[in-house]
Design a binder for this molecule. Structure first.
Ligand SMILES: C[S@@+](CC[C@H](N)C(=O)[O-])C[C@H]1O[C@@H](n2cnc3c(N)ncnc32)[C@H](O)[C@@H]1O
Length: 218
């Protein structure tokens, strides 16, 4: 498999698991607890009654729905057509664009929050840098970029099988190690405002959750 085809491979892979994803996250205590942490994370930083949020890769739209209900103006860009269609059903007050975030554009300083939950590991480092450059443009000066990804013993890249699903699909994954990710983000001008390490007892994964501020250009 060629790394440059990773977008097409990921798109096909998430199309296949979309229905299973929806069922899996509906009654999952681990996921629900996780979403509680995340809500606190965002709501603690909300400084006005209306905030604009962009979610990158919302999957089936579980978080979008939660933030819609909290009064956020929510927009999302989702690569997989099947995921995007479930997200539309789930969160009908959000603007959902079915497309690749790397090929999407927004006006500068549009968003108070940009979220990328379980998404940054879908990009090779070179493209993640391109994405972070876009995020810097799209965020308001006092905006936050919030992400999570799993903590791994070593930083490695490749096409890995999605083990915890019935359909044995592969997708590109850049597995991050905590220290490497923090150094990398700082190098791109993203400074940690808050962070939590969440151990999901149902999957034994360790999730790193961060809220970043962006370095202001002179
Ligand atoms: C592991 S899922 C996470 C879904 C959801 N954020 C969650 O935490 O449950 C990653 C999602 O990111 C989407 N995605 C991956 N690459 C993307 C891209 N280049 N542009 C937009 N969405 C992308 C995938 O289609 C998938 O729905």
């Amino acid at each position: 498999m060629n790394e440059k085809d990773y977008i097409e491979i990921n798109k096909a892979s998430y199309d296949i698991v979309a229905e299973e994803y929806k069922t899996k996250y509906k009654n999952n205590d681990g996921a629900n607890k996780f979403y509680e942490i995340l809500q606190e994370f965002v709501l603690n930083k909300k400084n006005s009654s209306i905030s604009k949020m962009l979610e990158i890769g919302p999957g089936v739209g579980t978080l979008l729905k939660i933030f819609e209900e909290k009064g956020f103006r929510t927009t999302a860009v989702e690569l997989s057509k099947n995921m995007a269609s479930l997200a539309c059903e789930n969160s009908s007050n959000s603007v959902i664009i079915n497309g690749n975030i790397l090929e999407t554009d927004f006006m500068p300083k549009q968003f108070d929050f940009i979220l990328a939950m379980a998404v940054i590991h879908n990009f090779p480092e070179e493209d993640l840098i391109k994405l972070l450059d876009k995020i810097k443009i799209w965020l308001k000066d006092d905006g936050y970029f919030i992400l999570d990804t799993t903590n791994n013993k070593v930083t490695e890249t490749g096409f890995f099988e999605k083990e915890d699903y019935n359909n044995n699909v592969v997708r590109y994954r850049r597995k991050w190690k905590k220290e490497d990710l923090e150094t990398f983000m700082e190098k791109q001008g993203f400074y940690i405002q808050d962070s939590v390490v969440y151990k999901d007892s149902t999957s034994s994964k360790e999730w790193l959750i961060y809220s970043f501020k962006v370095e202001k250009s002179a």
